[in-house]
Design a protein around this ligand. Sequence first.
Ligand code: FAD
Ligand code: FES
Length: 512
Amino acid sequence: MEIPGEGQLQGEAGSIWLASAPQTGYPALDTDIEADVAVIGAGVAGLTAALALKRAGHTVAVIEAARVGTGVTGHTTGKVTSLHRLAYTDLVRRHGTDTARIYGQANQAAIGHLQRVVAAEDIDCDFRVVANYTYAETDEALERVRAEAGLAARLGLPSSFTTDVPLPFPVMGAVRFDGQAQIHAVKYLQGLARAVQGDGSRVFEQTRALAVRDGIPGVVDTEGGTVRARDVIVATNVPFGDQGLFESRCQPHRSYIIAGPMDGPPLDATFISVDEPMRSILTASVNGENYVLVGGEGHRVSGAGDTVGRYGRLAAFARDRLGVREVGYRWSTQDNMPVDGLPYAGLLSPDAAHVYVITGLRKWGLTNGTAAALILTDAISGRGNPWATVFDSNRITPAASADGVADEETTPSDATGEASPQRGKVTLAPGQGTVIEVDGESTAVYKDTDGQVHSLSAICTHLGCTVEFNPADTTWDCPCHGSRFAADGTVIHGPANANLPPGPEHLPEGIN
Ligand SMILES: Cc1cc2nc3c(=O)[nH]c(=O)nc-3n(C[C@H](O)[C@H](O)[C@H](O)COP(=O)(O)OP(=O)(O)OC[C@H]3O[C@@H](n4cnc5c(N)ncnc54)[C@H](O)[C@@H]3O)c2cc1C
Ligand code: FES
């Protein structure tokens, strides 16, 4: 198969990690239960916390709305690293040397924690130690990587500047961090869940938490029963409800990844570019076949624009620079970018006593989420933690603004905010959707691949913005705060916590 240029989709929709792992089958909660700690969300943050708490002697109940690892973590690139592009230059500028040092220490410690858990629990997740590079292709970027390399080394990180970068295309130089890693994130989370289950701790899937009430005990209301627990951790990537006001302290950011088969063995290194458009590169052996993953095209959720073209540009890069002849998989996912560059781990709000949160993992959650989980494990176990102040969820942060995440990639957008619903006749191709007005109501209509037209309310169940159809991922995306819904209206990404309700039973003539 040949890779076409921009504008044409190819490859299977969905993450290579989810496609290459078995599906878990933990039961849904169907009764009221008690545990020492309730953890909502079975991503890297929630499951790392759950296992660490269990090891510290607590019983844990993990409540997952979908299946283990099917959230952002199942759609990650898979780098386990403390080199976050040029994070240290940015953190020193914004917060000073001590904060940057602690951020680095927390992320380095997270790599070690993850490696020890993989070994101790015998988790088969393709964990590999690799070097990680941030590379430069222009004079200006070269100066920046040189500065980052020196700064990170002074902060005690395993950093050096090099012009010897093992990429198959020429670059000018890079920051290199040694002793970093990569993993099959879904298999890792499935291993964590296996280790959590048992001895009084339990994992529940297909159980959506509907509300959390602080108190003694804390109560988590779910679709199938309540969980009473001394402490509760909300690890849903984006907290649901409006407690903590994280919408004003984070910006949801989306990125895209394609994966295609490669010739030769995987490289012992992972890469990210400084120059824009940012490209992230990882190679991996997945179920016996070698793949290159290329990520990028990141943008604030309100600026999706031509999502089909975004995949096309990644495919063109993979072909031209890395010799990838075909795209096997393509997917996109989102993460919460904290406006001051530091993740959040701590009590959900200044008034909270027993409800904790993890969010704002800034697209580096395999390590930031692991570190955050260890901070909360210490807090709940009554132990101090040296990183807690830097990750403090109740610190004063500036409100989200257009340049709040300026150190991160943001590719241009041609989106202009909420689109107006269409009126009059609409003809949809199979697999396509749009928003129309029916009796004054914004209605999301989608034609499935069998030609059947389905309708949903187009009003986002978070705060009422109008969703938009994303043709590349076949999802309904909300431009306001980043909620996403499957074609059938099922919520797949918060802050919304309820599905899109059904639309009118009868659509007007001319909608087909
Ligand atoms: C494209 C992309 C590539 C990335 N690559 C990397 C990388 O290489 N390395 C890295 O370190 N980081 C990377 N990241 C970031 C990293 O993947 C995330 O920070 C991390 O996976 C987030 O983990 P989480 O536990 O917060 O969220 P999730 O993995 O989303 O887990 C949250 C879980 O909560 C569940 N949930 C939500 N609401 C409810 C509810 N009401 N009740 C019950 N359950 C609920 C969800 O179903 C989900 O399973 C990347 C991010 C993006 C966008
Ligand atoms: S995500 Fe907030 S209104 Fe849709």
